[in-house]
Design a protein around this ligand. Structure first.
Ligand code: BGC
Length: 642
């Protein structure tokens, strides 16, 4: 980082207490107006997943952020001009916005083993964000997911810190570049151990030693910090029962002092709510632990009051608040926001042709091709011949929403049925009001659309003229079909709603803090948002029995089946595997389904390798390097064509 210390101290010296406190607050866009941004000196605003302005086109975002920004830049006797930064969850493309290119989720990118590609994806994503007038994305996720039951496994590149550490700096560089107008601020998240909670419970308790923490979970952050990542988001989880949001050792001693992180630390979605029963006390504990900016979606005015009280009664030292503000200003200076034109006047806002562009779609399609992992290929049935008479089936064959997974135009992802496809989607008023409706378990049809790209079926159709689509496979006819491609697997989900929570844990199973499963259930003794789960077992035939049914509708007629599985984690697939000739894992590939066809028909080679170990049974939790390691498919597995 350059030396901005003089500029920082000059500005800080001019700031009143109200101005300083406002700088550390980040409300959600629905709960703050541009007038309030000025009145309360707000430093940042965010969009939660699915919280979108107007008709959700790039111009709507530019207009919105331009208004917030203009309010933050007014200068008068009560207000200093300090540019606001706007944050979004662009975790696999700028996917909140209609028409953005959706890249494969991180788990697929891990299988691609291609750091150069990662940097290109990050640059393309940065451009699509900048084309909407936004400056900051809450990415990359640097979780090293150690338990496939976790609903956010797909946000993790690998169970192996090596891959995550190799990718982290490249993604940060791709986003932040040289801080130009085509770049955005990156945010490494969720610090730390989000992927290490007991039983993979989202926001749960991490019960591992400091030695293991340092070996597995710290290295990706070290790599991102060394590459200059400007912000870090704290995990909603705990470490041996203590919330990371109030963990001074983790935030100050480890992250800031030892890892030498000079940017600012942001809390996750209302993450300080669960620290203490008293909100005033939670605010003090978190700030004192080292939190710099606070994502307080709705009750930010209350938060402001509590910081003020805590400062006045000495519970929060003024130096700590000054340090938090200085860190935020340092990032704003470093990224050059003070010097950048207002959002509406920036280069890519004026020419947003890169948004959803053909070039970006090509990068995503390449990523899809490289991420596919082939688990089985009996009799070398793959690659398929383009002229074959192919039956395409399965609920995920022709559904761009499903193949994109969570975090798209809706937080929990979307279900793109034929009816909604290609129609410009406008949110209903009630959807706008409840963008993160946590009662939506992600399995219900969500009226929305992924604009652009191709479904897997559309991709196949473009290259194989004799292919037909029949979703449930009941029209399978050996006289008419040589082979079938059946697209099975998971449907979109996000965060805790994607957890697999095993019912009735084995008696005596250690669940941390010295307790065993018959005494208490994990997560019960620490307050978390308990929503979901997606299911109670990792078995695909239990989660989605319709898949095996579709496959059998076809195999019973003697037609060989090639399975293509959409999923956010390894699932137990023994039955489906037995029933099919070939089995391809496509993860959540994103909008460019054409990439699947590219490889199925041999136009490109099959090259993906598992970045996660593949379990045989539900109660296995293998990670590469474990003692007695014996998964169904080991880490690094992946067949190629002869
Ligand atoms: C998630 C974060 C996300 C934030 C803002 C939280 O619930 O844990 O990953 O960046 O919401 O939408």
């Amino acid at each position: 980082m350059k030396d901005f210390e003089n500029r920082i101290s000059e500005l800080l010296a001019k700031m009143t207490l109200d101005q300083k406190i406002g700088q550390i607050v980040q409300p959600e866009r629905q709960f703050v107006t541009p007038e309030e941004v000025k009145k309360y000196h707000i430093g940042s605003v965010l969009s939660g997943g699915g919280s979108v302005p107007g008709d959700n086109k790039p111009e709507d975002w530019i207009k919105m952020n331009d208004e917030y920004w203009a309010a933050s830049m007014e200068e008068d006797e009560d207000h200093l001009a300090i540019p606001l930064i706007y944050g979004v969850d662009a975790i696999h493309g700028n996917t909140n916005v209609l028409g953005a290119v959706v890249f494969p989720h991180n788990i697929g990118l891990g299988a691609a083993h291609d750091p150069d590609l990662l940097e290109r994806i990050a640059s393309a994503t940065a451009e699509e964000i900048a084309a909407t007038g936004v400056e900051w994305t809450f990415a990359p996720t640097l979780a090293v997911a150690r338990n496939d039951h976790w609903g956010r496994t797909y946000e993790s590149y690998s169970e192996d810190p090596k891959i995550v550490s190799e990718y982290a700096p490249r993604f940060v560089k791709g986003l932040q570049g040289n801080y130009g107008e085509e770049n955005v601020i990156a945010c490494a998240k969720h610090f730390i151990g989000d992927g290490a909670t007991l039983h993979g419970i989202d926001q749960g308790d991490m019960c591992i030693s400091e030695k293991e923490l340092r070996k597995i979970h710290v290295p990706p952050y070290k790599a991102a910090i060394d590459a200059g990542v400007l912000s870090v988001m704290v995990s909603l989880s705990s470490w041996y029962g203590k919330k990371c949001h109030a963990h001074k050792f983790l935030l100050t001693d480890l992250l800031k002092k030892e890892l030498n992180f000079k940017g600012f630390v942001i809390s996750d979605w209302d993450g300080i709510d669960y620290i203490d029963e008293s909100y005033e006390e939670s605010v003090a504990q978190s700030l004192n632990a080292g939190m710099d900016m606070f994502m307080i979606t709705e009750k930010w005015k209350e938060f402001i009051q509590h910081v003020k009280t805590n400062i006045k009664n000495g519970r929060i030292p003024m130096e700590r608040l000054d340090d938090a503000v200085s860190r935020i200003l340092r990032v704003k200076f470093e990224f050059g926001v003070f010097e950048k034109p207002r959002p509406a006047e920036r280069k890519l806002s004026k020419d947003p042709s890169c948004f959803g562009s053909k070039e970006h779609r090509e990068v995503s399609r390449e990523a899809v091709r490289k991420s596919l992992v082939l688990l089985k290929n009996e009799d070398d049935i793959l690659p398929l011949k383009k002229e074959s008479r192919i039956l395409v089936a399965g609920k995920n064959a022709h559904n761009r929403g499903h193949q994109c997974g969570g975090f798209t135009v809706a937080w929990q992802g979307v279900d793109d049925t034929d009816e909604s496809k290609d129609k410009s989607y406008v949110m209903t008023d009630s959807e706008k009001e409840k963008p993160r409706d946590k009662t939506n378990n992600g399995k219900t049809a969500h009226r929305s659309s992924i604009i652009g790209g191709t479904s897997i079926w559309e991709g196949i159709q473009r290259v194989a003229p004799n292919a037909i689509l029949n979703v449930d496979g009941t029209k399978a006819d050996p006289a008419k079909h040589d082979v079938a491609i059946v697209c099975i697997g998971e449907v979109p989900y996000a965060e805790m709603l994607g957890d697999i929570r095993v019912e009735g844990l084995r008696k005596g199973l250690k669940i941390g803090k010295g307790s065993t499963a018959d005494e208490t259930l994990p997560g019960e003794d620490i307050p978390i948002v308990k929503k979901g789960p997606y299911g109670t077992h990792l078995y695909l035939h239990e989660l989605h029995p319709e898949d095996l049914e579709t496959i059998k509708n076809i195999t019973q007629k003697g037609i060989p089946v090639v399975a293509v599985m959409i999923c956010g984690r390894p699932l137990v697939i023994e039955q489906e595997l037995t029933e099919t000739k070939a089995f391809l894992v496509a993860w959540f590939p994103g909008s460019e389904g054409q990439g699947v066809a590219d490889v199925l028909f041999g136009d490109y080679r099959m090259q993906g390798k598992l970045s996660f170990s593949w379990p045989r049974y539900d109660d296995e939790n293998w990670n590469v390097g474990d003692e007695g390691y014996n998964p169904m498919f080991p880490y690094g597995y992946g067949l190629t064509y002869k």
